[in-house]
Write a protein that binds this ligand. Structure first.
Ligand SMILES: [Ca+2]
Ligand SMILES: [Ca+2]
Ligand SMILES: [Ca+2]
Length: 213
């Protein structure tokens, strides 16, 4: 059994501020997004986690994802069984924070998470001194046979407080992929706080969301 509730993520307006990318000094501007309410299914017995107000960037849509308690967990970048862990049993880890990227084409897309210390976790630097780890990379340089999920997590009891910036980079279309929708799910404190969709073109690097902890 589960209950359903309407949670306001209270997406805040972002001022237009330049953001320095850690890879190649690319500067991007955050633009204004509007406050919206997001429907989420919350398991009836979920321990109450602190409310997290995720700030999403322009062009990013929030997805109301239905999870079903007791269902089989699929390796799809979603928490299918409502236990707060995304893709447990698939070979990548969860923890106090888990950020999971998934896409469905043959593109090579890369997940970047910059923690409050300013360290950026990616396939280039997989482990932050604050305890964050990229433990699953996918399609690196279009390697054949790879799945299309990337995962960053903190399994420390108290990850550092502050802002966590989530970015995606469409590294390459591997000859066939073209424009590709990508999905990012975020779990904090044993609860999924949101799932977000954004469409990327080859070569694009986009900020997706700011996660305050
Ligand atoms: Ca799960
Ligand atoms: Ca899953
Ligand atoms: Ca990749």
């Amino acid at each position: 059994m589960r209950s359903s509730s309407l949670l306001s993520l209270g997406v805040a307006a972002l001022a237009t501020v330049s953001l320095a990318s850690t890879a190649g000094c690319v500067r991007r501007a955050r633009t204004v997004v509007t406050t919206e309410q997001v429907r989420q299914d919350v398991p009836a017995q979920t321990v109450q986690a602190p409310q997290v107000q995720v700030q999403v960037q322009a062009g990013v849509s929030t997805v109301g994802v239905q999870c079903v308690q007791g269902s089989a967990e699929q390796c799809n970048g979603l928490d299918d069984n409502c236990n707060g862990a995304i893709d447990e049993g698939c070979g990548w880890q969860s923890g106090a924070i888990q950020i999971t990227l998934a896409w469905q084409t043959g593109a090579d897309i890369d997940l970047y998470v910059t923690d409050p210390s300013g360290f950026t976790i990616s396939y280039q630097d997989r482990q932050s001194p604050t305890g964050g780890v990229l433990d699953h990379d996918a399609r690196g340089a279009c390697v054949p046979g790879s799945d299309t999920i990337e995962n960053v997590y903190w399994n420390t009891p108290q990850p550092p407080s502050g802002q966590y910036m989530i970015e995606l980079h469409y590294w390459g279309d591997c000859g066939v992929a073209g424009v590709t929708p990508a999905q990012v799910s975020i779990s904090v404190g044993g609860r999924v706080v949101g799932t977000y969709n954004v469409t990327l073109s080859p070569g694009q690097r986009l900020p997706v969301a700011m996660l305050p902890i």
